[in-house]
Design a protein around this ligand. Structure first.
Ligand code: FES
Ligand code: FES
Length: 157
């Protein structure tokens, strides 16, 4: 690939990526160079939210983010939500609430929910609906997803 060699900081680890062309998206690097396939390529144009990751603590569309612009930023993907072999509380909540159908939207929803749950208060159904309004679920299982995230917010110590 043409371009500059870069290193990205992902889930707390330095990840050398090699040469990255200026137009290469973060999503492409995550999935095709680093094997981090949790973030999904749905629409690839910023609409569906399936590619959502955290950059500097905020959810972003990795299909619209240029990798070159992320070199000095902290990136977190769904793979880093919990240590290997365990589930974060929000992952546990979706699993227990049968809130996953095909699962394609789930990584993006988990990242959006993770960002929402940083608010230190119980979330209402409307809070979650607004917070997830940028994440589409083609299986349309929104009710169980929203209910699971509300429960996760109520269960926090
Ligand atoms: S793949 Fe990025 S928003 Fe749909
Ligand atoms: S569970 Fe299938 S797209 Fe959401």
């Amino acid at each position: 690939m043409n371009g500059e060699p870069v290193t990205l900081r992902i889930n707390g680890a330095e990840r050398p990526v090699g040469a990255v062309a200026p137009w290469t998206t973060l999503l492409t690097i995550l999935r095709e160079e680093l094997g981090l396939t949790g973030a999904k390529r749905g629409c690839n144009q910023g609409v569906c939210g399936a590619c959502t990751v955290m950059v500097e603590g905020e959810p972003v569309r990795s299909c619209l983010s240029l990798a070159m612009n992320c070199t000095d930023r902290e990136i977190a993907t769904v793979e880093g939500l919990a240590p290997a072999g365990s589930l974060a509380p929000v992952q546990q909540a979706l699993a227990e609430g049968n809130a996953v159908q095909c699962g394609f939207c789930t990584p993006g929803i988990l990242i959006a929910a993770h960002a929402l749950l940083r608010r230190n208060e119980p979330l209402s159904v409307d809070d979650v609906r607004v917070g997830l309004s940028g994440n589409l679920c083609r299986c349309s299982g929104y009710k169980k997803i929203v209910e699971a995230i509300v429960r996760a917010s109520e269960a926090r110590p």
